[in-house]
Unconditional design. Structure first.
Length: 361
């Protein structure tokens, strides 16, 4: 992975190149920004660049030395990727991945309800690796993906490592929700900010590099809010049309009675593969949120008219529904029964939509 492979993040890449060229590399960095915009890929590019044995002088990796070849193959012994097991399976990540499934008495059951959390066992493993000598000449590097999913115990353990970092070590945290990390963690990391990729740039990339139909690419990029990673996952999982159909039904909730709403929810939840329930429903919530945002602001109306037979739900009910989405997202992340979560959300949305319709009469 080269810095040149990352698109739409010129400011972040320029900042990182400058650190590497000058040799002023912080022992800890935090990459913040929306999911799917290149944070983890950039972290791997940093890992390749700092351990490259044939420096280009431009703060990038050469791509062909022994170290770079091992980074490409996911076999570099001094580069460790930390994430939850669910996230590792969902993202298709490869290499030396630490997921830490063991329980620990310092973690409460509430801490570990979600299958997406990063447990204290992961950070214990990290401490072991980081306190050893590197297997090869260079830096020991740990990339903690979705660091906001660290449990309370794992956060405390990581703080100790950040306070007394081993020599020649680099820890990179990535997160789309930096506010969920305590100030004690954020203050000990150099912040590198990533921004949403412009929709035109992202759709051009999908059509030229992945051979995607241009109109399809534009739609996917808008639904994923400029996230190339999300857009590709939606297409690879063949979930786009499925989710658009569900959104079309959401736009007609105000015309449904309670029985119809519950029947729709039941049919929708049963049509999702059991192994993909949480990730599919979370993806649906993201797109419903985009739909409501667009309804509230009046943007992309042509796109929704083309891809959503139900039309626009209107600004007033859309604004009242954001809280229901956030409640559902929190419940799904806590492993609450998905069907009960979706039933509650759709019934609340139906009530809000009907109330808004009555107020116009």
């Amino acid at each position: 992975m080269f810095f040149s492979d990352i698109i739409g993040q010129e400011e972040a890449i320029g900042n990182l190149r400058s650190h590497i060229r000058s040799g002023d590399i912080p022992h800890a960095m935090i990459f913040t920004g929306p999911s799917g915009v290149g944070k983890r890929s950039t972290a791997m590019a940093v890992a390749a660049a700092v351990n490259c044995t044939e420096k280009s002088g431009e703060g990038d990796s050469c791509g062909h030395c022994a170290s770079c070849s091992k980074v490409k193959a996911g076999s570099h012994p001094d580069i460790h990727l930390l994430m939850s097991r669910d996230r590792a399976e969902e993202s298709g990540a490869s290499g030396h991945i630490l997921t830490g499934l063991e329980s620990d008495p310092r973690e409460s059951s509430d801490d570990t309800k979600s299958p997406r959390v990063i447990r204290i066992a992961v950070i214990r493993d990290l401490e072991l690796y980081m306190n050893r000598k590197p297997m090869e000449e260079g830096w020991k590097i740990a990339i903690i993906a979705d660091a906001d999913q660290l449990t309370v115990g794992a956060t405390g353990a990581l703080l100790k490592t950040l306070e007394e970092p081993p020599g020649d070590s680099l820890i990179i945290l990535t997160t789309a929700s930096p506010s969920r990390l305590p100030d004690t963690i954020r203050s000990r990391c150099r912040n590198i900010r990533f921004t949403p990729i412009p929709e035109e740039t992202a759709s051009d990339f999908l059509s030229t590099k992945h051979g995607m139909d241009r109109e399809r690419a534009k739609m996917l990029v808008h639904l994923s809010q400029g996230s190339i990673g999300k857009a590709l996952r939606m297409e690879e999982n063949k979930s786009t049309d499925f989710i658009l159909e569900a959104v079309a039904r959401v736009s007609t909730l105000h015309r449904m009675n309670a029985t119809d709403t519950l029947t729709f929810t039941d049919k929708f939840c049963k049509s999702v593969k059991r192994t993909e329930t949480a990730s599919m429903l979370l993806a649906l919530l993201d797109i419903i949120e985009v739909y409501f945002r667009d309804s509230a602001t009046g943007i992309w109306s042509e796109g929704w008219n083309k891809n959503n037979n139900g039309g626009n739900i209107g600004a007033e009910p859309a604004l009242s529904c954001f809280e229901f989405i956030e409640e559902a997202r929190k419940s799904l992340n806590l492993n609450v029964n998905p069907q009960l979560v979706m039933e509650a959300m759709f019934m609340n949305m139906r009530s809000a939509a009907r109330a808004a319709a009555r107020s116009k009469v």
